[in-house]
Design a protein around this ligand. Structure first.
Ligand SMILES: Cc1cc2nc3c(=O)[nH]c(=O)nc-3n(C[C@H](O)[C@H](O)[C@H](O)COP(=O)(O)O)c2cc1C
Length: 83
């Protein structure tokens, strides 16, 4: 099973809301695809920080999207994943 986890970047990292969301979930045997929106900051270590905190799941390298990304940009990224 594949799960998408999205969050806004706050202060250069994943918004604390994302920490709460992932902590309550089980990622055993799941592929996790991250995406984050930000005004300008890169994804940085936000995804690997979440993966390390959880310790289960096959966490893929994430994608940073602009906070004003269009539906078309998001769709084109999802299609590029070749799922
Ligand atoms: C508390 C707070 C901290 C933020 N910190 C960053 C940041 O460090 N870098 C950045 O590029 N954007 C930052 N942002 C912008 C958010 O990433 C942006 O609001 C989010 O991607 C959602 O976009 P929207 O506000 O246009 O809906 C911050 C926003 C908030 C509310």
């Amino acid at each position: 099973m594949t799960e998408f986890i999205g969050y806004p970047i706050w202060w250069g990292g994943a918004a604390w809301l994302a920490n709460h969301f992932v902590t309550d979930r089980d990622f055993i045997s799941k592929k996790v695809i991250l995406f984050a929106a930000s005004s300008s900051s890169p994804l940085g270590s936000s995804g690997s920080d979440l993966a390390t905190m959880i310790g289960t799941g096959d966490w893929q390298e994430g994608q940073r999207l602009s906070s004003n990304a269009s539906a078309g940009e998001v769709l084109s990224w999802v299609e590029s994943l070749d799922l």
